[in-house]
Write a protein that binds this ligand. Structure first.
Ligand SMILES: [Fe+2]
Length: 124
């Protein structure tokens, strides 16, 4: 069965022509390795360097959080849309969690499709 999950490139799964696009398209997530339960922390998501023109741009990044042990994952954290020509594909989001899990950032390039980066978060 052909599923959308199979269309999301990652550092581990990119192959063929996508291999040359890994560095420029996989979202990089900067966040603390460990946070305190319920306390806000900053998450920075960056894609690129990548062009930002109407012909070729990162249109949006959606951030999700999958919590360890939660029956249905993920929960959506934020979607950031980028206007080509005036923005760079980078955004800061403040979030809080009550348990450990993984942040997923999924970027959409209008020419090169979907790309996912992840970062594990521990909670003390
Ligand atoms: Fe691209």
């Amino acid at each position: 069965m052909f599923r959308i999950g199979n269309l999301i490139n990652t550092r581990d799964t990119a192959k063929g022509p996508a291999l040359a696009k890994v560095e420029s398209h996989t979202p990089k997530i900067e966040a603390p390795d460990t946070v305190k339960a319920g306390e806000p922390f900053k998450v920075k998501v960056k894609v690129g360097p990548h062009p930002s023109t109407p012909e070729h741009h990162i249109a949006e990044v959606t951030i999700y959080f999958s919590k360890e042990g939660k029956p249905f994952n993920p929960v959506k954290v934020a979607t950031i849309t980028f206007e080509p020509g005036i923005t760079e594909p980078e955004a800061d989001v403040v979030m809080k969690v009550d348990g450990p899990g993984t942040i997923h950032a999924v970027a959409y390039c209008n020419l090169h499709g979907l790309w996912e980066g992840t970062k594990e978060i521990k909670v003390e």
